[in-house]
Design a protein around this ligand. Structure first.
Ligand code: GTP
Length: 377
């Protein structure tokens, strides 16, 4: 495995761009860095006119960063943009500490959170793919790993070639292992369809409250924490929608805005669970200041994984923080479009609003959801 920041890192964040986009991006970056268990000791913002080819940020900014880094005794610089392999290496050299860009940061968090065999394989695949794009002369991450890869003897072209081949072999093996797991998943899903059990998938922006809702509905004990990406693996459980009516509910990985394409691909198998669902429950943190942007980000990712056409209900969660009452909003055809609820307080759940909205949708789709009438047996 690659070296990655451990808890106790003292991070300086760098966010460039116009002031309007900067605040939201910086807020999200802070959450991400905290999710990587690091301490934020400083921040640098500024305009980004044209990325410097050698070190992305301009020479003046680099000087400022160098001073701040030594003044604050920081040991991790996180740049919320995409760096080339060469830019990252140059910055690490000049700043004499670890430097991560947005993809590297998200990969670190994914690596910390993955728990199932499939999740771990997906993270490793994403890391290897990311790594394969950054093998440049003088880049020393592979050499620093315990045991090393291939022959020792300096970062020459030969070493790079050995590293590249080793990475390609590993990527090939990871992909075939993942394909096997994906086939198993598809078989399970077909079996569910044959058994006529409707499948519902919880999707949503990271930290929206999917695991909390999943736990509450299925009484399972999925890890729920106020950290981004607490869930990286899909979990499916039975839920009694009404007495005698069972559905399968699955919790999926949290989405994030601008999820790098390489990660969307690598995590496809996990997100794929959503494409097998009969109905999507889009969990939304209604109290979050960026609520609209988060809804849009999730819809974009659903589009990317081919799940945009699956019927869905928007669940406006955390209404306890907004002090509003639970309710169902309907679309023009009269079908429930949104449910306002709180996974924490149970408003909108214990009163049966969510179950009612789901039942109406499934019935509309043609599912026969009548509870068995035992009295006539
Ligand atoms: P990822 O695994 O990162 O995708 O997150 P998630 O969507 O599964 O969110 P999770 O259930 O872990 O909840 C995130 C945080 O929001 C936790 O601190 C929860 O306690 C909190 N939370 C969830 N639902 C509610 C709610 O209805 N009201 C309030 N006030 N907090 C909530």
């Amino acid at each position: 495995m690659l070296e990655r920041p451990h808890s106790g890192y003292r991070a300086v964040l760098v966010q460039l761009g116009s002031s309007t986009e900067r605040d939201a991006a910086l807020n999200e970056l802070r959450d991400l860095v905290r999710s990587a268990d690091a301490q934020i000791v400083g921040e640098i913002t500024g305009r980004l006119d044209r990325p410097h080819p050698a070190h992305f940020i301009g020479t003046g900014k680099l000087e400022e960063l160098l001073q701040l880094k030594s003044y604050l005794n920081a040991d991790w610089i996180v740049i919320n943009h995409t760096l080339s392999g060469i830019q990252e290496r140059n910055l690490e050299k000049q700043l004499d500490c670890r430097v991560s860009d947005r993809v590297g940061l998200i990969l670190d968090i994914f690596a910390r959170r993955a728990r199932s065999a499939e999740g771990k394989l997906q993270v490793e695949l994403a890391q290897m793919q990311h790594l394969s794009t950054r093998l440049v002369r003088g880049w020393t991450h592979l050499e620093r790993q315990k045991g090393g890869i291939g022959n020792r003897g300096g970062p020459g072209e030969k070493q790079i070639e050995l590293d590249r081949r080793m990475i390609e072999t590993r990527i090939f093996r990871l992909k075939s292992q993942l394909e096997t797991l994906e086939k198993q998943r598809a078989t399970q899903s077909r079996a569910r369809k044959r058994n006529r059990v409707p499948t519902l998938a919880l999707v949503g922006y990271t930290n929206a409250g999917k695991s909390t809702l999943f736990n509450r509905l299925t009484h399972a004990n999925v890890y729920a924490a106020d950290q981004l990406f607490a869930t990286l693996d899909t979990t499916a459980r039975q839920w009694s929608l009404q007495p005698g009516v069972q559905v399968i509910l699955s919790d999926t990985v949290g989405f994030i805005r601008d999820l790098p394409h390489s990660l969307v691909d690598a995590f496809k198998a996990t997100l794929k669970e959503a494409t097998y669902a009969d109905l999507l429950l889009h969990v939304i943190d209604s109290a979050h200041p960026e609520v609209e942007a988060q809804i849009q980000a999730v819809e974009e990712v659903l589009e990317q994984i081919g799940a945009a056409k699956i019927p869905h209900i928007k669940l406006y969660n955390k209404i306890d923080q907004l002090h509003i009452s639970p309710r169902i909003d309907r679309d023009d055809t009269g079908l429930p479009d949104s449910v306002f609820l709180s996974a924490l307080s149970g408003d909108g759940l214990t009163d049966g609003l969510l179950a009612q909205a789901i039942t109406e949708h499934l019935t509309h789709m043609g599912w026969s959801l009548k509870a068995p009438d035992w009295s006539t047996q």
